[in-house]
Design a protein around this ligand. Structure first.
Ligand SMILES: Cc1cc2nc3c(=O)[nH]c(=O)nc-3n(C[C@H](O)[C@H](O)[C@H](O)COP(=O)(O)OP(=O)(O)OC[C@H]3O[C@@H](n4cnc5c(N)ncnc54)[C@H](O)[C@@H]3O)c2cc1C
Length: 278
């Protein structure tokens, strides 16, 4: 994966118009934006999203590559910026810089079976890769998504997962930790549980993980127990990022600038950086 080229206006946000804004859960709000020009992003890249006078934060692009000038984001309400974003409606605007990060090279996935493991909000960045993979069964192998969240009320992209499950060559395994008395038609347990019994063509399989840091260690152990080498595992790392262009150093792990060289890494490239998974 090589870093993308940036234009000279890389630090200047472009104002994007919100075409659609709706709560997906009590914590997460979905946005569809119209940009002044197509972003031409790769799966796994992120933007710096901002509200003038409030702040700016990295937000993953949650839709697959597209030819038009639209973009989808999913924002969890965690602090001052995202709380303000949750008040935005269709017709309002937010600032967008980017895309940033190396992202995934779709050509590396061609012909391979892909196992996606998403924990909670990790499904948002993974969706940017899931969409092109499940949408082109001639080009990619079998896709398996293992998606876990705390309770049924926290599940993201439910209708979309149900639609993906009907596609050829696609398996969707939805789990919750706790059914919390709500109706639930998926499985109960952690995302590691299905890995042990998953039908897997190991030499031809790539795994892609995104979720809370605690998830990585256990999912990697479960995949390793099935014989999947670390060079066949990709992880999406979340670090505190400010500039997006490898200058400010906030996201640096030793010599690695996460915003430029990541946030997507092959696990084999991180084995000499134990701090990466803390
Ligand atoms: C590459 C990348 C992609 C991201 N994609 C998304 C996304 O798609 N949707 C989304 O909702 N969020 C995403 N985030 C996280 C988002 O950028 C932070 O939650 C951001 O700080 C929110 O800004 P705020 O001002 O609302 O909250 P803040 O006031 O900045 O923070 C709220 C709380 O979160 C903690 N926090 C902030 N950033 C981090 C971090 N990087 N790691 C651990 N704790 C942190 C703070 O300490 C504080 O407790 C992403 C982060 C990165 C690095």
């Amino acid at each position: 994966m090589k870093p993308v080229d940036f234009d000279a206006n890389v630090l200047t946000p472009h104002m994007a118009r919100i075409l659609e804004a709706r709560d997906m859960t009590a914590q997460e709000r979905f946005f569809r934006l119209q940009l002044p020009r197509p972003l031409n992003h790769r799966p796994g890249q992120f933007v710096m999203a901002s509200i003038p006078g409030i702040g700016e934060a990295p937000i993953s692009i949650s839709c697959g590559p597209r030819d038009d000038d639209q973009l989808e984001l999913l924002v969890r309400n965690t602090g001052s910026l995202t709380r303000t974003m949750h008040q935005l409606q269709a017709g309002d605007a937010m600032g967008i810089r980017g895309p940033f990060g190396s992202g995934f090279e779709l050509t590396e996935f061609e012909g391979h079976d892909v196992i996606f493991v998403a924990g909670g909000l990790g499904l948002a960045p993974l969706r940017s890769l899931i969409e092109p993979v499940v949408g082109d069964p001639q080009r990619f192998g079998r896709a398996t998504l293992i998606s876990g969240c705390r309770t049924p009320a926290d599940e993201l992209y439910r209708e979309q997962m149900q639609a993906w499950a009907k596609l050829p060559n696609t398996r969707i395994i939805r789990l919750v930790n706790d059914t919390a008395h709500l109706p639930w038609n998926g499985e109960v347990g952690l995302v590691t549980a299905p890995i042990a019994k998953l039908e897997m063509d190991v030499p031809n399989t790539l795994a892609v993980l995104c979720g809370p840091p605690v998830m990585y260690k256990f999912v990697i152990m479960a995949l390793a127990a099935r014989g999947l080498p670390s060079a066949q595992i990709f992880i999406d790392l979340e670090r505190r990022m400010r500039c997006g262009i490898g200058k400010c150093g906030h996201c640096q792990i030793n010599h690695v600038t996460c915003c430029q060289e990541g946030p997507v890494f092959r696990f084999s490239d991180l084995e000499s950086l134990p701090e990466a998974l803390t």
